[in-house]
Write a protein that binds this ligand. Structure first.
Ligand SMILES: N[C@@H](CCC(=O)N[C@@H](CS)C(=O)NCC(=O)O)C(=O)O
Length: 204
């Protein structure tokens, strides 16, 4: 059975959404990153980078949430468009998420909320970049149900967790109706609801 090492984090949520969508059986190993469990020698043996999520498939340890999504979408045939043009788009959006959306949204969280030395210039800078990402995604979704077309894919899963907390990050969907519609559609999915409930249990 697959083992998922994770916690109530953005990147763990991606993997849980995938697992609940596909119905794959898994065992969850909580790694409390707020208490430093990611730095113990036992966990460093699992992931020397000291980060979650990690999947153990009985043979190898897999890290990097979007790589995990890609590996398991390839293995199961779920969430990766078969058409090569669409598949290329899914991969492109996974890279966009990992290189742009994730890091910049994470910086808002850091400078606005986590740091002990708030910096309004940094907050303004990263919020402006994230607002442009909201506009970009909204435009992308103007004639598409999901980010790569009619089919729900791992690209949607990868993009959702940061957008789920847009209010918390101070990002408005007021002028992003397409993105708001997409957000609600992803949120309503059974797999998403199960993944969120699972995370809530971890943090309660
Ligand atoms: N690029 C990695 C990022 C993983 C990551 O940053 N994980 C965070 C939680 S979302 C973590 O484990 N942080 C603990 C630490 O850095 O000490 C991925 O997509 O999986």
């Amino acid at each position: 059975m697959i083992k998922l090492y994770g916690y109530d984090t953005i990147n763990t949520l991606k993997i849980l959404m995938f697992l609940f969508e596909t119905g794959l059986d898994f065992e969850f190993v909580p790694i409390n990153i707020r208490e430093g469990a990611q730095h113990t020698p036992d966990f460093r043996a699992v992931n020397p980078a000291g980060k979650v999520p990690v999947i153990f498939d009985g043979d190898t340890y897999q890290t990097e949430s979007n790589a995990i999504l890609l590996i398991w979408a390839s293995r199961t045939g779920w969430g990766l468009e078969r058409d090569s043009g669409l598949q290329a788009q899914v991969i492109t959006w996974l890279f966009y998420q990992a290189s742009t959306q994730g890091p910049y949204f994470g910086q808002i969280e850091y400078w606005a909320r986590l740091t002990k030395t708030p910096n309004s210039a940094a907050s303004t800078h990263y919020s402006a970049i994230a607002s442009r990402a909201v506009d970009y995604l909204n435009e992308r979704l103007k004639d598409k149900k999901y980010i790569c077309g009619e089919t729900y894919t791992i690209a949607d899963i990868a993009l959702f967790p940061w957008l789920r907390i847009h209010d918390h990050l101070g990002l408005s969907f007021e002028n992003a109706k397409n993105l708001s519609r997409w957000h609600d559609a992803v949120l309503e999915r059974d797999g998403t609801q199960k993944a969120i409930s699972f995370l809530n249990e971890i943090s309660s």
